[in-house]
Design a protein around this ligand. Structure first.
Ligand SMILES: [Fe+2]
Length: 278
């Protein structure tokens, strides 16, 4: 069970904390018997802790009229709040067996180097209590420097790059740190409204240590003039939360003569959580 629950305190979490207050937390003491997850836990008294809900104004509404396609894909019924149980608050965990040596370096996955401005994206994943989230899978996907995805459904009239797929993954280290090398993605047009352009962005997924902590979002770049015009970025009501999606230029992350560096720290759930951004 060690890898399955790696990083999760042996005070397992069980909570029905998803209430209307949002960040209220209910801790319970409970007895778990039977060792159903592989470790003998007969009569073990454990403290069970759930996760805080996100603040309402830090979460983009399911239906955002300015982001046109949400009209067709948002639920039409109120969401059903499912209690947190052991199943939701533990796992999945990913081992390092499926991570390739160059999965973190999107500039070295083909025979030649991709065209574009080489950059480093690095940061730290932490939980709502600022504790590192170790050994968790971080995935990114992005357009190339011309603003074109290597995907059949992308019909944007811009160049593909035979040396750039635009997908990477890595596990965080014991301190929650991750690092990618890639090229800065280009802005691209989309059909949301007349003359609509997406700001340069990198899609990010972080699993965290349970199904409840998985985050799928987008990372942006500081100073992008398209940010105030972007319906997806601005679907997050809170400016405070939107700012958490904008990476910071960090001279300390740069590679001299090679790449500029951007820091993108990620908080999974809680008051200061990094917001979802589809
Ligand atoms: Fe995108």
């Amino acid at each position: 069970m060690g890898s399955f629950l790696r990083g999760v305190d042996f005070t397992y979490a069980l909570s029905r904390a998803l209430d209307a207050v949002g960040d209220a937390r209910y801790d319970q003491r409970s007895r778990i018997g039977g060792g159903g997850l592989g470790r003998p836990m007969d009569n073990a008294e454990v403290q069970l802790r759930g996760y805080r809900r996100l603040r309402t104004d830090d979460v983009p509404p399911n239906d955002t009229p300015s982001y046109r396609s949400t009209a067709l894909r948002h639920p039409t019924q109120p969401l059903v709040i499912v209690p947190q149980t052991l199943s939701e608050i533990t796992g999945p965990a990913h081992g390092d067996a499926s991570i390739g040596l160059l999965d973190h370096d999107l500039t070295r996955q083909h025979a030649g180097e991709p065209i574009g401005e080489r950059i480093v994206i690095a940061g730290r994943g932490v939980d709502e209590d600022d504790r590192p989230v170790p050994d968790t899978l971080v995935e990114i996907w992005q357009a190339n420097a011309a603003g074109r995805y290597a995907h059949a459904s992308d019909t944007h009239d811009a160049s593909l790059d035979a040396n750039f797929t635009g997908a990477g993954r890595v596990l965080t280290d014991s301190d929650g740190r991750y690092r990618f090398v890639t090229v800065k993605p280009g802005a691209y047009p989309w059909n949301n409204h007349d003359n609509a352009w997406r700001p340069a962005h990198v899609h990010v997924s972080v699993f965290g240590q349970s199904f409840l902590t998985r985050l799928v979002t987008q990372m942006y770049f500081p100073g992008d003039p398209l940010l105030p015009l972007d319906p997806i970025f601005n679907s997050i009501p809170s400016e405070r939360a939107r700012r958490r999606l904008v990476s910071a230029f960090d001279l300390g992350l740069t590679e001299p003569l090679t790449a500029l560096g951007y820091r993108f720290d990620i908080v999974l759930r809680g008051r200061d959580a990094t917001p979802t951004g589809f």
